[in-house]
Design a protein around this ligand. Structure first.
Ligand code: ADP
Ligand code: MG
Length: 719
């Protein structure tokens, strides 16, 4: 059967007419259906066939970049066209659409950014907010904006929310009592097997053992193992491979082990969709990506250690942590369900029934309540809707503390004026697909005429992997091999090159710059990257991002840049003079202007060294003590052996200790100019004068007891 014939057999297909009728008769529709029922790939096609794309595009958002790419590919195949024709995609730094395009898969962040230029989304007739259950930050922000747009827009506009599991009553009432369509899945029985013990630290080993046990003793059927990240998956895949190799010939059937995670190249990811060779069992070791956003057919056994990697941001300290935490019961149920798509299946939970019942929370805390709101608030402020971010109609509010933190930081970055209105600079920043600090640095660099270097740094920081095999420059210099043991130590010459770059002693951003420049001088040679332990793909991605950013700046022109920088952006975007320019410029060319531009952009992430000490204290509201991360590229100490007094950092991370991650030293006299801006920020005025703090104060004065965080923060002496 062709892909086209196959898709008509999906559980969603019998509901085609009901879906079309409901969407026709309502502005907003919620569609709930089991993962794999065909929501992501089919709904847009149904609407297209029913003529919904005649007046505008059908846009389908995805929280994950990779999902947008793979799904667009799949749907193009089903519709017998090339990606970029009737079906296309738009994600950050990459897009493939044309005039013929009717269906666009795009990330929720991309759609948000498109709204800055076109607040009415006039190019679209339908928006499907897909994977709504994931409750990604941008999707949550879009909930509120699109809910209003549906009412306000004159040109007809349909909003559809699709989800695997959802509190449908809560959703329907938030979306003005919209109808909810339930698509019953073809779910077989899944037998749940809990383990007798909980596996806190050894869950990877337990998962490997369980998977092997299934392979040796259970009837045919693919196995899906959930782990939390790339490093863990690589490790498990290696262990599994070794264990299988040690088994005597013929003791079990063939096993094909496939890793699956977001940072993997698309071609490799595509392997999980290819049918396995005859008589061969597949074992897929995946991140959470396989929980709902990618469906792997043929899975009969699921191994669930009950863990997920979760990023949490604490507005009070500006601290980020990436921790492995227990999943919620909703997630556990979702994972188990993956085993029952083709026949009766089994789910092995590596935790006890007691843990499931008593230790796991019912549902996952939505991202909006545990993340940095900086970018989201900049977008909200960038829309010409005069949105009061504190009083905005969120499905679940991020809370005033997180919002005030974002307002304060955006003010420090000059994106907002004292009254909390977006400034011209803020508009220029919002137009760039970068986080506000990097955007601010680029704009500052344009003014300082060091745009080419700033673009390089922004691009290198945007690439997910620069170094291959989980090693950083520090480990490489120390001659460490990578976790998988595949990549050996660097050659003497390569280490000397790296050591020379590090000798400059200006930290991570500048090392990134030097690496890129070195690669440029090599004529972008893949061998040069490999020799230095760099990830060729990651470097190419950075090069592409740099070009895209330059292109974007060149097109935005004087709206974003001063005149002379526009020409410079154009040159970089065209890619012509890059290498010649690089040859002219010696690596020792000064980077003071660049560092100053970084200081402007990262003024919200400054830290000061403690007196006579090598520890740092952040210069935000609540000073937090932190150390430079051990993987920080070398920073030169002064004559007394002390580190520079001021540094900017990319992230404040809490692991075993609190660390400043990715650091660049700053000269004290430059910082003096910035410091006054950090003091005496009137958050009340920034937030339009109606903060909870004020309300709490009023309540306190009236003798009422409030329990908000703001109330606890009231200065002593308030009655
Ligand atoms: P849902 O969004 O409801 O979870 P999808 O539309 O993503 O469902 O998937 C429907 C079916 O299409 C699944 O059986 C899935 O395996 C298949 N599918 C999805 N993407 C691809 C792909 N890139 N290649 C092959 N099959 C795919
Ligand atoms: Mg889906």
């Amino acid at each position: 059967m062709t892909a086209r014939e196959l898709h008509k057999q999906l559980p969603i297909w019998p509901y085609k007419q009901r879906i079309i009728d409901t969407v026709t008769g309502n502005r907003i529709t919620v569609i709930i259906g089991e993962t794999g029922s065909g929501k992501t790939t089919q709904i847009a096609q149904m609407l297209y066939e029913a003529g919904f794309a005649s007046e505008g595009l059908i846009g389908v958002t995805q929280p994950r970049r990779v999902a947008a790419l793979t799904v667009a590919r799949r749907v193009a195949e089903e519709m017998n066209c090339e990606v970029g024709q009737e079906v296309g995609y738009r994600v950050r730094f990459e897009e493939r659409t044309s005039r013929r395009t009717r269906i666009v898969y795009l990330t929720d962040g991309t759609l948000l950014r498109e709204m800055l230029d076109d607040p009415e989304l006039s190019a679209y007739s339908v928006i499907v907010l897909d994977e709504a259950h994931e409750r990604s930050l941008n999707t949550d922000v879009l909930f509120g904006i699109l809910k209003n747009l549906v009412k306000a827009r004159k040109k007809p506009f349909k909003l559809i929310l699709t989800s695997a599991t959802l509190d449908s009553a809560k959703f329907s009432s938030y979306f003005d009592d919209c109808p909810v369509l339930n698509i019953p899945g073809r779910q077989y029985n899944v037998q749940i097997v809990h383990s007798e013990d909980n596996h806190e630290n050894d869950y990877v080993a337990a998962a490997v053992d369980t998977a092997l046990d299934i392979h040796l003793h259970q009837p045919p059927g693919d196995i899906l193992v959930f782990l939390t990240g790339q490093a863990e998956i690589d490790k498990a895949v290696k262990q599994l491979g070794e264990a299988i190799a040690e088994l005597p010939e013929g003791s079990c059937s063939d096993l094909l082990i496939l890793p699956l995670y977001a940072a993997m190249p698309l071609e490799l990811q595509a392997r999980v969709f290819a049918p396995p060779p005859e008589g061969c069992r597949r074992l897929i070791v995946a991140t959470n990506i396989a929980e709902t956003s990618i469906t792997v057919d043929g899975v009969v056994y699921v191994v669930d250690p009950g863990k997920v990697k979760q990023k949490t941001y604490t507005p009070a300290t500006g601290m980020e942590s990436l921790q492995v935490v227990p999943i919620s019961r909703v997630q556990a149920t979702q994972r188990a369900g993956r085993a029952g798509r083709v026949c009766d299946g089994k789910c092995y939970r590596l935790y006890t029934t007691g843990f499931f019942e008593n230790e796991m929370s019912e549902a996952t805390v939505p991202e909006i309540q545990r993340t940095n709101m900086l970018t989201a608030v900049l977008y909200l402020k960038g829309l010409p809707l005069d949105i009061d971010v504190l009083a905005f109609d969120y499905l679940d509010s991020p809370g005033s503390e997180a919002l005030e933190d974002a307002l304060r930081q955006l003010f420090i970055l000059d994106a907002l004026d004292r009254d909390g209105h977006i400034s011209d600079l803020g508009k220029r920043m919002a137009a760039l697909p970068l986080e506000p600090s990097l955007a601010r640095s680029l704009v500052a660099a344009a003014d300082h005429v060091c745009l080419p270097d700033a673009l390089t740094v922004a691009a290198m920081l945007s690439a997910e992997t620069i170094f291959s095999g989980n090693r950083g420059p520090v480990q490489l210099l120390r001659n460490e091999t990578d976790a998988r043991g595949k990549m050996g130590a660097l050659s003497e010459q390569a280490r000397a090159t790296l050591a020379e770059m590090m000798a400059e002693g200006l930290g991570d951003h500048i090392l990134m710059l030097r690496l890129f420049q070195g690669w440029e001088r090599s004529g972008f040679s893949p061998k040069w990257c490999k020799d230095l332990g760099l990830d060729v793909r990651g470097m190419h991605f950075a090069r592409e991002v740099r070009k895209q950013l330059a292109d974007l700046l060149a097109h935005a022109g004087p709206k974003v840049l001063p005149e002379e920088s526009v020409a410079c952006a154009k040159t970089i975007a065209s890619g012509t003079k890059d290498s010649r320019e690089a040859k002219r410029k010696r690596p020792s060319a000064g980077v003071d202007d660049l560092r100053r531009a970084l200081l402007v952009g990262f003024a919200n992430r400054l830290a000061r060294r403690m007196p006579r000490h090598n520890g740092y204290k952040t210069l935000n509201e609540r000073a937090t003590l932190a150390q430079l991360h051990p993987a920080t590229a070398r920073i030169a100490a002064d004559e007394d052996g002390l580190m520079p007094e001021f540094v900017i950092y990319y992230a404040l991370v809490a692991t075993a200790k609190v660390f400043l991650n990715k650091v660049c030293p700053m000269e004290s006299e430059w910082v003096e100019d910035v410091l006054p801006k950090l003091r005496n920020i009137d958050v009340e005025r920034l937030s339009g004068g109606v903060t909870t703090r004020k309300a709490a104060k009023r309540a306190a004065i009236a003798g009422q007891v409030t329990e908000t965080a703001a109330a606890r923060d009231l200065p002593a002496g308030v009655p």
